[in-house]
Design a protein around this ligand. Structure first.
Ligand SMILES: Cc1cc2nc3c(=O)[nH]c(=O)nc-3n(C[C@H](O)[C@H](O)[C@H](O)COP(=O)(O)OP(=O)(O)OC[C@H]3O[C@@H](n4cnc5c(N)ncnc54)[C@H](O)[C@@H]3O)c2cc1C
Length: 386
């Protein structure tokens, strides 16, 4: 019996588990176990919407895994012993593995600035997003101020969603870069116009500290806010480094071209938790690249179980879809290295596009993968690769 353990049931881990299950369904010598913090699938792509107070689908992992043969274990991973090939959970359980797919994702980097962990809200999970929604609800009628820290795409999506949903709140988007950097000037202008239309104040600055009731800029100037939402940067779990796996300076597992850990080849790393190099550089954490890495890990493990060599992973980006509230969006099409092409979509067409790519794909997707033949159809190559 070969025990394959998958840690983390986010986009990458769930892709790996369901795809591998479909590929080994006729084998009785492979056992698949998926470990996740809770039973609910965290649709991170929708958490800015949850945080603004909109209802989000309650997708349960046992339903998504029904019929796949994957055993779900709910628990918090506290340690990985890469040498002994065991994983420890917070309730004292120990799980053994022959092969490990590490997909523990990432979270907002609240450690980068003093006070952020204590005083800022995050969009790390449903609990955190719902806490933000509850706080905004208490402020919505009397007015109040929200400061979104981080002008990346998550910050833009959160600020626009909050401003649209709570028009009496004043919303400030504060970050180092101009929002929409990495887009063509025309797409960036469209994004800026949407921020202006929603009354969002954009400020280029660096935060030095988060305090109760606001932030202090790096130069010491206070910026008051009733709510601070932290979206500036991400960090990964320290578990991989503590396990002795080779990690990069951000703690992500360094992989070879087949997504194996360079120090422990029976460990694969996928999604935000992995440092995966392509010809153009390191992948940055997105669902767009995370799902194909999960599928590729499944394909590779299945090949190895059949005695065939794993193939290298090849990926190229193709878009940056950004919602600007529920009624507007901008989609920047990109070259494989994520640099912008001239083409972009705006308005209704962009809303439709964005909604289609972030729609809750799991019930249909997971069921599709249980149909023999369709698992190998899912593109882990083709349009995802160069
Ligand atoms: C608001 C928001 C909007 C976004 N929008 C987009 C977008 O439009 N397009 C895009 O491509 N990307 C987007 N992203 C980024 C995208 O969500 C991530 O890149 C993606 O979720 C990474 O997938 P993952 O499977 O690697 O990790 P995750 O989705 O983070 O999943 C990790 C899983 O592991 C579990 N876990 C973590 N630690 C432990 C532990 N110690 N024990 C047990 N379980 C654990 C978590 O509970 C979670 O289920 C967005 C992110 C946010 C926050």
């Amino acid at each position: 019996m070969t025990d394959v353990l998958i840690l983390g049931a986010g986009y990458a881990g769930l892709c790996a588990a369901t795809n591998l299950a479909a590929r080994v369904r006729r084998r009785d010598d492979v056992r698949l176990t998926l470990v996740n913090a809770g039973e609910r699938f965290t649709e991170r792509l929708r958490l800015h919407s949850t945080g603004a107070g909109r209802p989000t689908a309650d997708l349960r992992l046992p339903d998504l895994l029904a019929g796949t043969g994957v055993e779900l274990v709910c628990g918090w991973v506290t340690a990985v012993d890469a040498g002994a090939r065991t994983v420890h959970l917070d309730d004292g359980r120990e799980l053994r593995f022959d092969k490990l797919i590490y997909a523990l994702g990432s979270a907002a980097d609240t450690a980068s600035v003093p006070g952020a962990a204590e005083h800022a809200y995050t969009l790390d999970g449903f609990r955190e997003a719902e806490a933000l929604a509850a706080r905004l609800h208490t402020l919505r009628d009397g007015g109040g101020s929200v400061l979104v820290a981080g002008s990346g795409l998550t910050g833009v999506e959160a600020a626009t969603e909050i401003a649209e949903r709570h028009p009496r709140l004043t919303v400030r988007l504060l970050g180092r870069d101009k929002p929409g950097s990495g887009m063509t000037p025309k797409a960036q202008d469209y994004l800026t116009a949407a921020l202006n239309r929603l009354g969002i104040t954009v400020q280029a600055a660096e935060i030095g500290k988060v305090r109760p009731g606001g932030v202090e800029l790096a130069g010491g100037e206070p910026v008051p806010a009733d709510v601070v939402l932290w979206t500036a940067g991400t960090r990964v779990s320290p578990l991989a480094a503590a396990a002795g796996l080779t990690v990069d300076e951000r703690g992500r597992i360094v992989t070879d071209p087949a997504l194996r850990s360079v120090s422990h080849p029976y460990v694969r790393a996928v999604g935000d938790a992995a440092a995966i190099r392509q010809g153009f550089g390191l992948l940055h954490g997105t669902c767009q690249s995370g799902m194909p890495t999960g599928v590729h890990a499944a394909v590779s493990v299945a090949r190895e179980l059949d005695g065939r060599p794993a193939r290298p992973f090849r990926f190229g980006y193709y878009h940056r879809p950004v919602s600007l509230g529920r009624a507007d969006a901008v989609v920047q099409f990109t070259r494989p290295d994520d640099s912008p092409r001239r083409a972009y979509l705006t308005g209704r067409a962009a809303v439709w596009y964005k909604e289609t790519v972030s729609a809750s794909p799991w019930p249909a997707y997971a069921r599709m993968l249980t149909v023999p033949g369709l698992a190998s159809w899912w593109p882990h190559g083709g349009r995802y690769t160069r």
